[in-house]
Design a protein around this ligand. Structure first.
Ligand code: TXA
Ligand code: MG
Length: 353
């Protein structure tokens, strides 16, 4: 149990944050406190990465298992390189191309990175976020900021400050409210393995195809990482990470209500459920007709574009939770690599409790 604290909510201009407000937030971090802040993907829950005690408080606030490592957010490539023991050409290429942005690189760590950040592993995850508030905060702190998504462990990540407060009010010192995040789902996590292979541990807004276009070499899907995670202790390719993928944690990104992915657009499932008196939330693709649904159904029409769908997904799930639906039905997604990240999040949300 952690003792309740007062959570200070501060509104900031997302494009031009007031330096005085950022300075106050950085002071909280420098005192070892916790500050939630917007990034271009989702809200992060920040603490000084090099302060083991501060980062440990993130795990307490989130109820996060100690074996799940966190991402160190840095201001630039130089700061990233101080945390990593090697910086291969592929890291340089990816950083130059995608930073600042929703790409996290996993590399062997230097001795100064506390175990709590890496969950005791020998690698560290680093990323330069592309959001004026996040960047200003890291600059003002003058050092790396460890930040997982600002939600209780296993829940739906926050894309707005009110989502953060819903589960972390009284558990963090400060929330910087910079409005809605434009990306909507978490960064792509890529492991640059010692065998030279490049593996997507978590799909995200930057697709495998995007990475291959830049690198001109094959990038492996997280199928490999997942089976590696399953074999954790005995993995065959010698990548020394205790928990390479959140796929190890079965249920993730999950709303309170059970979620099912329909075979088709979802109408048949929605109608059958509501006939039995169940209050249903339906994430329906906008190109389908959603008219004529029973009273017990709450419909959220979702865009047919993958990036726009991603931007709205978590807010839609938070809304359906707030409306206390008993079951969420998701219409089948279009095929295609650009949908991989959204599909991944929905599949993890659909794992039964
Ligand atoms: O977009 C994002 O990545 C957001 C924002 C706040 O930056 N952060 C985020 O953090 O999603 P979190 O903790 O919810 O997810 C980090 C993921 C987890 O799946 C974790 O297992 C993985 O990155 N990870 C962190 N360090 C790792 C490491 N050393 N090796 C392998 N995976 C790692
Ligand atoms: Mg998370």
């Amino acid at each position: 149990m952690i003792s309740a604290m007062n959570t200070e909510l501060i509104k900031v201009d997302p494009m031009h944050p007031d330096p005085e407000l950022i300075r106050r937030a950085a002071e909280v971090l420098l005192r070892g406190g916790l500050v939630a802040f917007p990034t271009e993907t989702v809200y992060g829950l920040g603490a000084l990465a090099l302060d083991a005690g501060a980062t440990r408080r993130i795990f307490e606030a989130k109820g996060r298992p100690a074996h799940n490592p966190v991402i160190a957010h840095v201001a630039n490539t130089e700061q990233a390189r101080r945390l990593t023991a090697v910086w291969p050409e592929v890291a340089e290429l990816l950083a130059r191309h995608f930073w600042p942005g929703p790409l996290t690189l996993v590399l062997p760590k230097t001795a100064g990175v506390p175990d709590v950040v890496t969950a005791g592993g020998t690698t560290v995850a680093v990323r330069v976020p592309d959001h004026p508030v996040a960047r200003a905060l890291i600059e003002a702190a003058g050092q790396p900021v460890a930040a997982p998504s600002a939600n209780r462990s296993m829940g739906v990540s926050p894309t707005r400050a009110d989502h953060v407060l819903k589960t972390l009010n009284g558990r963090v010192d400060m929330v910087l409210d910079g409005g809605a995040c434009s990306g909507g789902i978490e960064s792509t996590v890529v492991a640059l393995c010692e065998d030279g292979a490049i593996r997507v541990l978590r799909p995200g807004l930057i697709s495998r195809e995007d990475l291959e276009r830049v690198l001109q070499i094959p990038v492996f899907e997280d199928g490999a990482a997942r089976s590696q995670a399953d074999q954790c202790e005995t993995n065959t390719f010698n990548f020394p990470v205790p928990l390479p993928s959140p796929g190890m944690l079965e249920r993730h990104y999950a709303p309170a209500a059970p979620l099912m992915i329909a075979r088709g657009d979802g109408r048949a499932e929605v109608e059958a459920l509501s006939r039995t008196g169940v209050r249903v939330g339906w994430l329906a693709l906008r190109d389908r007709s959603v008219g004529g649904t029973p009273d017990l159904v709450l419909v959220r029409e979702m865009p047919c574009d993958a990036a726009a769908y991603a931007e709205q997904l978590y807010a839609a799930l938070h809304d359906l939770d707030a409306a206390s639906v008993e079951q969420i039905v998701v219409g089948r997604l279009p095929e295609g690599g650009e949908w991989a990240a959204v599909r991944d999040r929905l599949q993890r949300a659909a794992v039964p409790e």
